[in-house]
Structure formats: structure tokens, C-alpha cells
Design a protein around this ligand. Sequence first.
Ligand SMILES: Cc1cc2nc3c(=O)[nH]c(=O)nc-3n(C[C@H](O)[C@H](O)[C@H](O)COP(=O)(O)OP(=O)(O)OC[C@H]3O[C@@H](n4cnc5c(N)ncnc54)[C@H](O)[C@@H]3O)c2cc1C
Length: 434
Amino acid sequence: MWDFETDPEFQRELDWIDAFVREAVEPLDHLLDSPYDLEDADVVRVIRPLQAQVRKRKLWACHLGPDLGGPGYGQVKLGLMNEILGRSRFAPLVFGCQAPDSGNGEILAHYGTEEHKEKYLKPLLENEIVSAFSMTEPHAGADPKMFKCKAERDGDEWVINGEKWFSSNARYATFLIAMVVTHPDAPPYNRLSMFIVPKDAPGVNILRNVGVGSEKRGHGSHGYIRYENVRVPAENLLGGEGQGFAVAQTRLGGGRIHHAMRTVGQIKKAFDMMCERVLSRETQGELLAHKQMVQEKIADTWMELEQFRLFVLQTAWKIDKYGDYLKVRKDISAIKALMPTVYYNAASRAAHLHGSLGVSNEMPFVNQVIGSLVMGLADGPTEVHKVTVARQLLREYQAHDGLFPRGHLLAERERAIKKYGHLIERDLEAEGWN
Ligand SMILES: Cc1cc2nc3c(=O)[nH]c(=O)nc-3n(C[C@H](O)[C@H](O)[C@H](O)COP(=O)(O)OP(=O)(O)OC[C@H]3O[C@@H](n4cnc5c(N)ncnc54)[C@H](O)[C@@H]3O)c2cc1C
């Protein structure tokens, strides 16, 4: 059964979220620095009452099931919600579903001990603390098999040494989840393990906070970290020795589709602004909206947005159906690979149609273009995801033995003649095909 309707009861929630985000949350994007900076008294003062309203409405941490304090809405409803939240930097935090905490929370829920859950997961889910994920290294990102940062066992502890790059929000985090080499001689996919590392552990040194695009130096939030003889207790190992890849998949499946859902919100924002502008601006005696090359940009953007949005929602539906990210790996990789292009096209067309104003720092489009480039890298580069898609697709096919391929028109015609030739009066042989 196919059904593209949102049930009316949930639509009322979406309408509430839409109005709340527009009126109460989006203004924060223009006033405050990082939503993750819980040491910033202004951030805390403003977001706590908003979070209380979200909890009261039972919309807090909707990515989680009831066992972890969320309503367990599933991915389709979450997708529809995230389209709205994606418009604002602060909204995911106000609704308790921000990356990377949501993914890190999933790891802790799956692999953490009772003590980890008490010490890290609970306060994380309450947004009393935030966290970071520390995987990429300065010399290697897309290929984790090349990682060098290592942990060695010393009695009841592991000792971590090495460097990590672009650990987002490390500067604000209470703990990091770090993926490091523990078994250098094991097969490539069994070399890495995952650890909880308290940020205040001696030897966790943030060398600098890297920014993206035009962020001022030192104001970035992506930590370049040197781990120097960092000691963590043996029980901080998550998911077993050499299981780092498997543990990482727990967070990345959900993380990638949630990014895609929120990106739909950003694309829609650019599209709405683009439409309003071309209906408001005249040149050479007519509205921009009347010019066909402008109309083409409007049509292309909407068609790409609708395709992308439906693909994201269908993937969300499959996750709900199978309850297993691995079964929809191809779909998740496909939307991850599509996302930067659809986003880039929308943001750059919106900038272009706004003329000089569009590329100025008085409009959001240039930041959106940078955001689209980020989406092509964070959680893995586009190329790597396309390779996953192609590999998975090709598993559904088999090689053909014959000299000519199946579908060769001569063979097809021969088959058709065998089946229906006796009923056809036309001289098929004279047609010269065989
Ligand atoms: C804003 C932002 C936030 C991030 N946050 C985090 C975080 O919190 N934690 C974390 O650990 N990491 C984080 N990352 C890092 C991210 O995961 C890496 O950027 C990504 O995995 C790519 O690694 P790299 O940057 O080292 O690029 P490289 O591995 O050097 O790849 C560079 C380019 O090489 C090409 N390439 C790579 N592999 C292939 C291939 N198989 N086939 C064809 N071409 C290929 C692609 O064009 C790719 O973009 C973040 C990145 C960004 C931009």
C-alpha cells in the first residue's frame, strides 16, 4: 500500500513545530554563537525554557525510543520534523536531537555499561553536557584503515597516543568517543577500537579549533587534537577489541540520514527565498519570474528538492520497516551522495538570482554553499558513498555467459518468433533481421 499523507494528528504537531521554530528558535541563530557552548550563560538562559516547552509537548529527543526517554516516533516522523528543524542552527539542540550527540548516544545505549549510561548517556540525553566524535586524522580521513592514533593496554588501562582532526565540538565536549588502533597486525577491519575519553583526562590536548569557510581563526569548532599518553580505564572500551568499524556503523547510519533530513530544510529555505525574490525584482521591464531562464532555475530546484525529499522519506520508511540500518545501507549512501549536489544547486541558484546581494554577507546563501561542500565530506566523501551504492547494486546482478548480452535484439526477436511466428503472416525472414 502506498500512502504519501501525513496523519492529521501528527500534522498538528508539525504545524506547532513549524511555528515554534520560526518564532522562538530561528531568532537565536542571529544572536548567539555556538548552540553547543553550554558554558555560554546566554545560550543556557535562552535555550532551557525553550527545551522545557518542547518536553512538555512530548517532542524531546524524538530519535529515541521510550526506553531512553523519547517518544519512539520512528524515522519517517523524525524526517518530517527534521525538515523543519534543519532550517535553524539552534533547533536540533532545542529539540534534543543534535549531531553528534544523537549518534554518540546511540553508541552508549548499545555498548555502554550501566555506569557509562549513568555518567555519560543520561546527562547527554538531558543536554546537560555535549560530546564529540574523534575519528578522522590529519593524514587520513576517508580511509580509516590508514589511521595511526593508537591505544596500548597497560594493566587495567589503555594508553592513547596520536592525533585526530576535525573532532567537531571537542572544545565544548565533556567526553569524546575516539576510534583508535589497538590491533595493528589484525586484518584491516579489525584493527580499530572505540573508547570513551573524558575531555579532562590528562594528555587530551586541543592544538587548535579549526573553522570552516569564513569563520574567524580560533572561532572554529572542529578540534585538532593531540592525545598524549591519555589513560582511560579498560571498561571505557565500547563494543569489544577490534570492533571499532562495527560500532561506528551504529552511529553513522542514523547520523547520515538525519543530516539529509535537516538538509531538506535548508534547501527549502533557499527555494522559498528564491521564489519570493524573483516575484519581487524587476529588470528590463518585467519581473525576473517572467524570464524563462529564471523559470528554469525555479523548476530545476523544485524538481531536485522533491526527488531528494521523497528519496529521504522512503529511506526513512525502510529503516522503520526493517529496523536495521545495514539493510538500507545502499539507500543511506545514495542520499548521502545526492545531498551535496542538490543543496549546492539550490543555494548557488538562490545566491545568483539575488545578484550582488545574494553573494553578500547579508544573506545566508554563501554559508549554505559552504554547508553543501561540508555535506560532501562529513560522514564520508561522496565518492566513497557512490562506491558503496554501486557495489551493493551490482550484488543484485550476475554475469551473463553468452557472447552477446541478454537483451541483444537479435536474440530477443528470435525468441519472439519462436513464440508467435506461427501466427504472423508477414514474411519475417524477408525483413532481413536474421
Ligand atoms: C564540517 C565537518 C565536520 C566534521 N566532523 C567530524 C567529526 O566530528 N569527527 C570526525 O572524526 N571527523 C569529522 N569530519 C571529517 C570527515 O569525516 C572527513 O572530512 C571525511 O571522512 C574525509 O576525510 P578527509 O577530510 O581526510 O579527506 P580525504 O580522505 O583526504 O579525501 C579527500 C578527497 O579524496 C577523494 N576520495 C577519497 N576517497 C576516495 C575514494 N575511495 N574514491 C574516490 N575519491 C576519493 C574525495 O574527493 C575526497 O573528498 C568532519 C568534516 C567536516 C568537513
